[in-house]
Write a new protein. Structure first.
Length: 505
């Protein structure tokens, strides 16, 4: 058996009650309830033995009907097969309350929580998961406070709030939202969630960099030619038009997911693995990002929108033909940009980011391209491809390192070889869903994989200048690309103008 090294022990999750605000929505059905079921089913002792889950939404639903809906959701979306005995135990602790949009319902929520805690002998440890529109967050936390549902940080029992992205619509609204939350909660009680940070490959970035001397010594401008970060989605806007149309790809993906990946990838070593130290290292990286200054959006940013095409051999409509999308929409479904980190480690290294909907494949990855071998010895006679490290975030989590090797036999024939690791085949047991890990961390009070108010606002500051230039300069193009492509040709030109190419997915 191979040796393993326990560096940090995961904290146990104490008994608690989780209230899912917006429990009738897609996120609860597709992600949250299946994740909580999986934790209860196979948590290996990490999920609390004593717990309750309360769905809280606007429309009235009988608790038994809600349980039936969630059972169907677990069958459809859980990574585990539903076990009848496990479901019976889970469902017994699953309840529902309607009236989220009514101020007086928060008094009923208090009574309901007290009843659940009494029934299951639970302490008043409470987690409020706000799976609600961003514009509803401010009033919701205020109503919680008015109903006496927020304990002070120093209280013997905890109250925690989980806030989903996006936090705000722009820099100013993000500041207002953060300010409103912190009027009622202490920062230590707030968990701003980005599910990308719960993915194993993203978490493994810290280990890959700082536990392997070979990589950390190569990590920087001396050895790296450029970095690519791609988050490609094959699906379209679907039923999310009401959210996506006022948001677009820059707000939906770049401001949070992609800047999170960039920060973890390029940050300086934190002084420890404590949440505060990791958070400060990520924040300092964002502070070093070169701004997209006036006029730079025309040369360093490409925005696009998918038109009709084929994805997986199936004809799909263009964005303007999707349900509930106005015909005069200027919302982007694709963004590519070139970023620079102006510090000693990364000076001069371009970071190419691209994300979009209705692309050729659903794939998220980070590609670190190292510099070419000098044109001596084996490289004298012609071009040899440079080494590259590719981290696959989804769907096939793992990483590969491209090296060159000689073919057996006479003469010297060199070919690229991939040293490949797949989590599913290398390690025993299933890979937990990102929400499972993050929900456990909330229960345990671990902030390491969550973001601070400062990080959110610094990320908004970077994209705000792009938003401002798009808003004030109608001549900046919005390129069309057919569904099934990897974006518009202008995105290829962005990287090819520097003598480089996107990694082919």
């Amino acid at each position: 058996m191979e040796q393993t090294y326990q560096v940090a022990q995961a904290s146990p999750a104490p008994p608690c009650t989780i209230v899912i605000f917006g429990a009738s929505g897609d996120l609860a059905r597709r992600k949250l309830v299946p994740a909580l079921y999986n934790l209860r089913s196979c948590g290996g002792g990490m999920a609390p033995h004593d717990y309750a889950i309360l769905g809280f939404a606007r429309r009235p639903i009988a608790p038994d009907a809600f349980r039936a809906q969630m059972r169907d959701a677990v069958i459809k979306f859980s990574r585990l097969d539903l076990d009848d005995a496990c479901w019976a135990d889970f469902a017994a602790r699953l309840d529902y309350l309607g009236g989220l949009d009514q101020p007086e319902a928060f008094d009923r929520l208090r009574v309901k929580l007290e009843d659940l805690e009494a029934a299951f002998h639970l302490p008043p440890n409470r987690i409020y998961y706000l799976s609600i529109p961003p514009e509803a967050v401010n009033e919701t936390v205020a109503r919680l406070d008015r109903a006496g549902l927020i304990a002070k940080p120093e209280a013997p029992h905890f109250t925690r709030v989980v806030v989903e992205k996006p936090i705000g619509h722009d820099l100013e609204s993000a500041r207002l939202t953060n300010r409103a939350i912190l009027q009622h909660f202490a920062e230590s009680q707030v968990f701003r969630i980005d599910h990308y940070l719960g993915k194993e490959t993203v978490q493994n970035l810290l280990v890959l960099r700082f536990a392997n001397t070979i990589f950390e010594r190569m990590w920087g401008a001396r050895n790296v030619d450029h970095v690519q970060i791609t988050v490609a989605e094959s699906e379209g806007v679907g039923s999310r038009a009401m959210y996506y149309e006022p948001a677009g790809a820059l707000r939906d993906m770049v401001q949070n997911h992609m800047l999170q990946l960039l920060a973890l990838l390029a940050m300086e070593p934190p002084v420890s693995l404590e949440a505060e130290a990791v958070g400060e290292a990520k924040l300092n990286l964002l502070r070093a990002l070169r701004p997209i200054g006036p006029g730079d959006a025309a040369t360093r940013v490409v925005r696009g929108r998918y038109s009709r095409g084929k994805v997986g051999g199936v004809e799909v409509p263009g964005y303007l033909n999707e349900k509930d999308i106005p015909s005069n929409s200027r919302t982007e479904t694709f963004v590519a940009l070139k970023a620079f980190v102006d510090n000693w480690r990364w000076a001069g290294v371009p970071f190419y980011l691209r994300t979009g909907k209705r692309m050729h494949a659903r794939e998220s990855l980070i590609h670190i391209q190292f510099k070419e071998v000098p044109r001596i010895l084996f490289n004298r006679a012609g071009f040899l491809p440079a080494n590259a490290l590719t981290l696959r975030i989804q769907p096939d989590e793992g990483f590969s390192f491209g090296v060159l090797a000689k073919h057996p036999g006479p003469g010297v024939t060199i070919s690229p070889v991939q040293m490949n690791l797949r989590y599913q085949s290398e390690f025993e047991g299933p890979v937990p869903d990102a929400y499972e890990r993050l929900l456990l961390d909330v229960m345990a009070g671990d902030h390491t994989l969550f973001v601070t108010d400062s990080f959110v606002e610094q990320a908004w500051a970077f994209v705000q200048s792009i938003l401002d230039q798009w808003a004030t300069n109608p001549d900046l193009p919005l390129y069309e690309y057919p569904a099934g492509a990897m974006g518009p040709p202008a995105a290829d030109h962005l990287i090819e103008a520097d003598g480089r190419r996107w990694l082919i997915l």
